[in-house]
Design a protein around this ligand. Structure first.
Ligand code: FES
Length: 136
């Protein structure tokens, strides 16, 4: 037989368990935001900001070119030349350079500085956070 004291104790413990296990409304509202942040951080890091010098840039995995035309301003372009599709090879003196026929592109805009290419490099959206550069 249960005493009144035992019933009160069990009731209190059950209620406490429900309070701890049941998510609050505030938790439910913020859960999708946390999931978004996790998905964002799951995108691979293309480069660290400290490795892209001001006025220069780097070719990343023969697929992207990341540049820093001004301090803390980063750009990302396709590393495929718009002339005949060669992979861009270097970044120097303010331009991204193609080794095949000599086209050069502006590190800030991707615009053609010297042909034979006639079209700018396609720009890629990036996100810079915590010193890391990722595709947006
Ligand atoms: S493929 Fe780049 S200049 Fe021709």
């Amino acid at each position: 037989m249960l005493t009144r004291r035992a019933l009160v104790t069990r009731g209190t413990l059950t209620g406490a368990a429900i309070v701890f296990l049941w998510p609050s409304r505030a938790d439910a509202d913020t859960a999708p935001h946390r999931a978004d942040a996790d998905a964002e951080s799951a995108k691979p890091v293309l480069a660290l900001t400290k490795n892209i010098r001001v006025g220069g840039g780097r070719i990343i995995k023969n697929k992207y070119v990341i540049t820093q035309p001004k301090k803390n301003v980063f750009r990302c372009f396709s590393a495929k030349c718009t002339h005949q599709g060669c992979t861009l090879a270097s970044v120097s003196r303010g331009t991204i350079n193609c080794p095949c026929h000599g086209s050069r592109f502006n590190i800030s805009t991707g615009a053609v500085v010297q042909g034979p290419a006639t079209r700018a490099l396609p720009r890629k959206k990036i996100k810079v956070s915590g010193g890391k550069i990722r595709l947006a």
